[in-house]
Design a binder for this molecule. Structure first.
Ligand SMILES: Nc1ncnc2c1ncn2[C@@H]1O[C@H](COP(=O)(O)OP(=O)(O)OP(=O)(O)O)[C@@H](O)[C@H]1O
Ligand SMILES: O=P(O)(O)OC[C@H]1O[C@H](OP(=O)(O)OP(=O)(O)O)[C@H](O)[C@@H]1O
Ligand SMILES: [Mg+2]
Length: 285
């Protein structure tokens, strides 16, 4: 099997969470943030720590096999890489913004006609304008685009918004609809079904599923077990074990993490006792 080459953000908003998910998936990760390459011989993969903006290009060209980057950066690059899995972190939206009070919050984006729009994501913005048939002037900046309006370089900006605090601090407000919802994604080139890639994907997917579920154990009277199991059906049916206590059984089932506390309340009301929740670190389902 040829060694899988994987691109990881070397710094910025996606870097730490990308490293975490790989560690949880059983891969070696760098200990020094200055390291730009790391060979994991045990798993026969090599990691390349790159700018998140460049990752889709390397993968699209086929120089590297897999990458973690933002959906917005992938689309902006126009690279021939495709999204194969969303990773559930690095969530943001991509929005137009202008000086507070200058635009209606729900303005029709036709108001952009003739405006100067500053952005680091010219690919996304230009293709949006083209699709809508809006003629505007796109000003490409490397970052800190929020300041460009005050400095007289642009009328509006188009940028990543997470909490919105950067916009507020700059006296700006979003308007019109969101261009896209982004999060970190796994990218590869079209049709990559190599065995090494499949193993990598399965490992990462196992961690994501494990993050979404918890293991629930409880004891309940056998006469109530059908009602309890209706609440915790598990993935392929819960595991049931007899208890030493006459007429009681122990039940174990994976349940979605969201709502697990509410489930515990319902099980308690039904008569279940010794209800335990435990984290799952990885799984293959
Ligand atoms: N609060 C945030 N700030 C910036 N990017 C975020 C945020 N939350 C999520 N992201 C996502 O992180 C990615 C951008 O990462 P990053 O900021 O590291 O790249 P960059 O802006 O190209 O680099 P840098 O900011 O170091 O110049 C995008 O996919 C973006 O949607
Ligand atoms: O909505 P918020 O939570 O405030 O986050 C969004 C801000 O974060 C990003 O900037 P980044 O730190 O990547 O700097 P950059 O503009 O130089 O890329 C983005 O460009 C916004 O400025
Ligand atoms: Mg940035």
């Amino acid at each position: 099997m040829t060694r899988l080459k994987i691109a990881i953000p070397n710094k910025g908003a996606l870097s730490a969470a990308a490293t975490d998910i790989l560690k949880e998936s059983g891969y070696r990760q760098r200990t020094d943030t200055k390291e730009l390459r790391l060979l994991d011989t045990e798993n026969d993969v090599e990691f390349f720590y790159l700018r998140p903006r460049d990752i889709a290009l390397y993968v699209g060209e086929g120089t590297l096999d897999v990458g973690i980057t933002g959906r917005d950066l992938l689309l902006d690059s126009g690279a021939k890489a495709e999204e194969v899995m969303s990773l559930g972190f690095g969530r943001s939206t991509f929005r137009f913004a202008g000086p507070q009070g200058a635009f209606e919050a729900d303005a029709d984006l036709a108001v952009l006609a003739g405006k100067r729009i500053a952005t680091s994501y010219t690919g996304i913005v230009q293709s949006f304008l083209d699709t809508r048939g809006i003629e505007a002037h796109v000003v490409r900046l490397d970052g800190a685009v929020e300041t460009s309006i005050q400095l007289g370089v642009a009328d509006v900006i188009a940028d990543v918004v997470e909490t919105g605090s950067t916009l507020r601090a700059a006296g700006l407000a979003v308007f019109g609809e969101a261009l896209l919802d982004s999060e970190a994604v796994l990218v590869t080139r079209a049709g990559n079904g190599s065995p090494a890639f499949e193993i990598f994907k399965r490992r990462v997917d196992g961690v994501l599923v494990a993050r979404g579920y918890v293991m629930m154990d409880y004891d309940i009277e056998a006469s109530k077990v059908d009602a309890a199991v209706a609440l915790t059906p598990g993935l392929e049916g819960p595991t049931m074990s007899p208890l030493h206590r006459e007429g009681w059984v122990a039940v174990r089932a994976m349940v979605p993490r969201a709502g697990a506390q509410r489930l515990m309340d319902e099980l308690w009301d039904l008569g279940a006792r010794a209800i335990l929740l435990t984290d799952i670190h990885a799984c293959r389902l």
